[in-house]
Design a protein around this ligand. Structure first.
Ligand code: G6P
Ligand code: MN
Length: 446
């Protein structure tokens, strides 16, 4: 089985390969093709993978190419993990927004819109090539803003593209742990929304909802990341546990202030840190895996401190970090490839799941997965406050898709202006000015 990784020179690729190396079963991935625009990054990552594979008899063969069509031909699965504009672009997204006093996070608010505007045209091109060159392949989208990018690709690939995120499963796991659930994998997480905009409304163990027990207990609520982030009172008012990214909505003022006061934004920090990794790897004698592992450990140690500088943010434990994207992606790939039925929270087309959205809207929801793909399960409707946010943000995503399709600057302004976290049409206009000034990838907006 052939797996193609787009963005194959990316820093997190060794996490995926490490997970593949643990799979010895029939039907596993035997060939990994790394694609990247940057040959230097490809060679750095290829060296890390070669060291990871040392001594593993059935390690998947790894090849690398800068030719996209060659990478896609014959692929059974495609992981799309590109970052248009690189981490430098992410840091620019943050900076331009903060200068306007709004949030520049890569998936939420102005930053997410800017990142979406430059990513969608590239993702659409990839989707069209997959449809032509590897029509039977399944595409698993890792690229943020994941819901929006998955929806853009689904217009060309239908249900053959599935978006992933590790935050809902991580949240479910943390809730299960504080509740003392013995086997968190067996808990049913009642979660729905958009990517980075969803709520856990229940957690059923053997048919019994354990969430009310958590909401009633201030000590338990104070003992895990989201409990500290949102505070017991607010969680009780909501009657649900929001995805951590909803902090940017519910505590927007504090989040913006924390970012403005931070010495460095998350994007700027990661940009510098990873640039050091790729620079060190220019030395052909550098111990690739050791250098990579050291950089990864540094990144993880700063995860919370740098990403959410706001009060109460704690450190994330090793288990959460290692239960990340690669595990979700591999579980999904296995379920499809081997027809091993499983349930995963994924980004897929709505069908009739949330009646307030149309059938084509990509949402994040528990899905039954098998060889036929991912099928959203029936869920209870969202409460009105959540429906309001979901509909507002989906409307913004639709304007981003329209702007990317038409190249209309006015439509791009509309996308920013309609976002609940952008507080004036004039701010939206200046954001479009600021972003088109710094991003060559937005030159298409006229
Ligand atoms: C979480 C989010 C991802 C994000 C990741 C890493 O897992 O769900 O969407 O990519 O964090 O964030 P970082 O700030 O380290 O790039
Ligand atoms: Mn995510």
């Amino acid at each position: 089985m052939k797996l193609t990784i787009l963005g194959g020179g990316g820093f997190r690729v060794p996490l995926v390969y490490g997970a593949l190396l643990q799979d010895h079963a029939e039907g596993r991935v035997t060939h990994v093709v790394l694609h990247d625009l940057d040959a230097g990054r490809l060679s750095a990552v290829t060296r890390v993978l070669a060291e990871q594979a040392a001594g593993v008899a059935d390690a998947p063969e790894v090849t690398a190419t800068t030719d996209l069509d060659e990478a896609l031909r014959g692929a059974d699965f495609v992981f799309s993990a590109i970052r248009v504009g690189g981490l430098e672009g992410r840091a620019d997204d943050e900076r331009v927004a903060l200068a306007e006093g709004v949030l520049g996070q890569e998936t939420v608010g102005a930053g997410g819109i800017a990142y979406g505007l430059r990513t969608v045209p590239v993702a659409v091109d990839i989707a069209q090539r997959v449809a032509r060159l590897a029509p039977d392949a399944w595409v698993i989208n890792f690229t943020n803003p994941a819901g929006l990018v998955t929806e853009a690709m689904s217009r060309h690939l239908g249900d053959r593209v599935i978006g992933i995120c590790d935050s809902p499963v991580g949240l479910g796991r943390r809730i299960a742990r504080v509740l003392g659930v013995e086997n968190p994998g067996e808990a049913w997480i009642d979660y729905v929304g958009l990517n980075h905009l969803g709520w856990v409304r229940g957690l059923r163990v053997a048919g019994r909802d354990e969430l009310p027990r958590l909401l009633a207990d201030p000590d338990l609520l104070g003992s895990f990341e989201e409990g500290k982030l949102f505070g017991a009172d607010w969680l009780r008012s909501l009657g649900a546990i929001p995805n951590e990214y909803l902090h940017y909505y519910y505590f927007n003022r504090e989040a913006v202030r924390a970012y403005q006061q931070a010495e460095k934004t998350r994007g700027a920090f990661l940009h510098e840190q990873q640039a050091r990794f790729y620079a060190e790897m220019k030395n052909p004698h550098a111990p690739a895996l050791t250098v990579w592992d050291r950089t990864r450990a540094e990144r993880e140690a700063t995860y919370m401190a740098e990403n959410r500088e706001t009060a109460g943010a704690g450190e994330r434990d090793e288990d959460d970090l290692s239960g990340g994207y690669e595990k979700v992606a591999l579980a999904l790939m296995r379920a499809i490839a081997r027809d091993e039925r499983t349930t995963l929270i994924l980004n897929v087309r709505n069908r009739r799941t949330l009646s307030v959205l149309d059938t084509e809207a990509v949402i994040e929801v528990p899905c039954l997965v098998d060889a036929n793909g991912a099928h959203p399960v029936t869920v209870d409707p969202l409460p009105d406050h959540a429906t309001g946010l979901v509909c507002a943000v989906k409307a913004v995503e639709r304007e981003v898709l329209a702007a990317a399709g038409s190249g209309s600057r006015a439509t791009a302004v509309k996308a920013f202006a309609l976002h609940p976290l952008v507080d004036s049409v004039n701010v939206a206009r200046r954001l479009v000015e600021g972003y088109t000034d710094v991003h060559p990838g937005l030159a298409y907006l006229r």
